[in-house]
Structures are given as C-alpha cells and as structure tokens.
Write a new protein. Structure first.
Ligand code: ZN
Length: 133
C-alpha cells in the first residue's frame, strides 16, 4: 500500500462539477474518460502529487447513481496506489477485509483496480489501484 493515488467524488453533473473544481483547484481538468465496467464518466484533476477523480454515472442503475440517490453527492472513495495488486488483495483478504471484486478489473487511467467492502473499513470505500505495464 503506497500513497493515496486519488480521491473519488460522486457528482450528478460533470458539466457543472468540472468548472467548479477547476475554479476550486485553480487548475483545469486534464482528462475525461468513460469507464464501461463502472458505468461512469470520470474527470481528473491533478495538484502536485494529488489527483481528484470526479465520477458521473452513465446509467441510472449504475453504482454512482445509486450512491447519489442514497447519500447524495460527495466523497465516494479513496484510492491507494499499490505495487502488486494481487499480493495486496491476498494480504487484505487474509486480514479479514472483503473484496468487492475477486479479480482486478480495468479502471480509469489504465489502472487495474479492486474495491474493498466499506462495511469493514468504517464506511469508507477503498480502492486499490496498480499501474498497468
Ligand atoms: Zn477511483
């Protein structure tokens, strides 16, 4: 488990949130990307080493749409950079954490990702992400 790779924020409307975060961070969005597997469009901002990922649902039944209908917009997940996602998934499983996906999946930004069930992490959704070679 290395540094925080990014922080994910669920938003209703990227066309509103992108200019807002651009003003907040005083830097433009450098990339948007649709992630089929998660039914989201993502928008990335970078400040020094810190990335912010805004997530808008592309599907009313998608995880982000459901999250917003339950809890409203806001902090959705914290993503940690890992060197070996398979080893880290095994380690965390052995420690009693529950993986939401048993096999790493393709996330935004050319990463392999795995999420941990927030029930075991004080309600915070944790993402592991590994740069793909
Ligand atoms: Zn993420």
């Amino acid at each position: 488990m290395n540094k925080i790779e990014h922080i994910g924020i669920a938003v209703k409307d990227l066309s509103v949130a992108i200019p807002l975060f651009g003003k907040l961070l005083n830097t433009p969005c450098y990339k948007t990307e649709q992630v089929e597997s998660e039914k989201v469009t993502t928008a990335f901002f970078k400040k020094a080493d810190t990335k912010i990922e805004l997530l808008e649902s592309t599907d009313p039944e998608g995880v982000i749409a459901k999250f917003i209908s339950r809890r409203g917009e806001g902090l959705h997940h914290i993503a940690f950079d890992v060197e070996d996602i398979y080893a880290e998934m095994k380690r965390l499983q052995d420690e009693g954490f529950v993986l939401l996906n048993e096999i790493p999946k393709k996330g935004a930004d050319n990463k392999l990702v795995c999420f941990l069930h927030p029930r075991e992490t004080n309600g915070v959704l944790i993402e592991l992400c590994m740069e793909q070679q």
